[in-house]
Write a protein that binds this ligand. Structure first.
Ligand SMILES: [Zn+2]
Length: 188
């Protein structure tokens, strides 16, 4: 698996470029901005972007999607009824070459927030649902503290402790680390 993470835009959203070594097919998750930098990574690895996946429709995550689509022809996938090619939700699978990710619908930060879990690689692209030592804010329109806590306990903490978490912003972490020490998860 090719996986490069680059923080994009003024809010430094973690954009992931994930490619299949054999087929060179790729997905880009949360291309919020800096599309030229994203395309440079795509070209460096000779990848073909098949899908652009948005964890949730906030501008710092979705801002560069149309531009990236224009450059690559990839489909845009998102859990919401905006101008996209395909809606994704709980139990959907994202496939790119031999790679496969499960879509986890994790409402709370927004109603349509999703995480992507790659079971073979034990990697979670968490969007703004989970951060190292924190969780997504729920004070924006459509946010719900009760729902994000429920999503985290029922779906995210159901994953193995050694799962690597790539949050929407900031440092990487693991499920075990957050289960152990994240103040929003240790007390119910
Ligand atoms: Zn957000």
């Amino acid at each position: 698996m090719i996986h490069e993470i680059l923080p994009v835009g003024p809010l430094q959203c973690n954009c992931s470029v994930i490619g299949d070594d054999a087929s060179r097919e790729a997905i880009v998750i949360d291309p919020g901005d800096d599309v030229a930098d994203v395309l440079a990574i795509v070209q460096k690895h000779s990848l073909k972007v098949q899908q652009i996946i948005i964890t949730h429709a906030h501008i710092d995550h979705v801002g560069g999607a149309k531009k990236l689509q224009a450059a690559t022809g990839a489909a845009i996938l998102l859990n919401q009824n905006v101008e996209i090619d395909q809606s994704v939700g709980q139990a959907d699978k994202i496939r790119v070459g031999s790679l496969s990710a499960d879509v986890l619908h994790t409402p709370g930060h927004t109603e349509g927030s999703v995480c992507l879990y790659f079971p073979l690689e034990k990697k979670l692209i968490a969007g703004d649902t989970l951060f190292a030592g924190s969780i997504g804010r729920t004070d924006l329109p459509g946010g719900s503290f009760e729902k994000i806590i429920q999503s985290l306990h029922e779906k995210v903490l159901a994953l193995p402790d050694d799962t690597i978490v790539i949050p929407g912003h900031g440092e990487l972490t693991t499920i075990g680390e957050e289960r152990e020490s994240n103040p929003f998860l240790t007390k119910r």
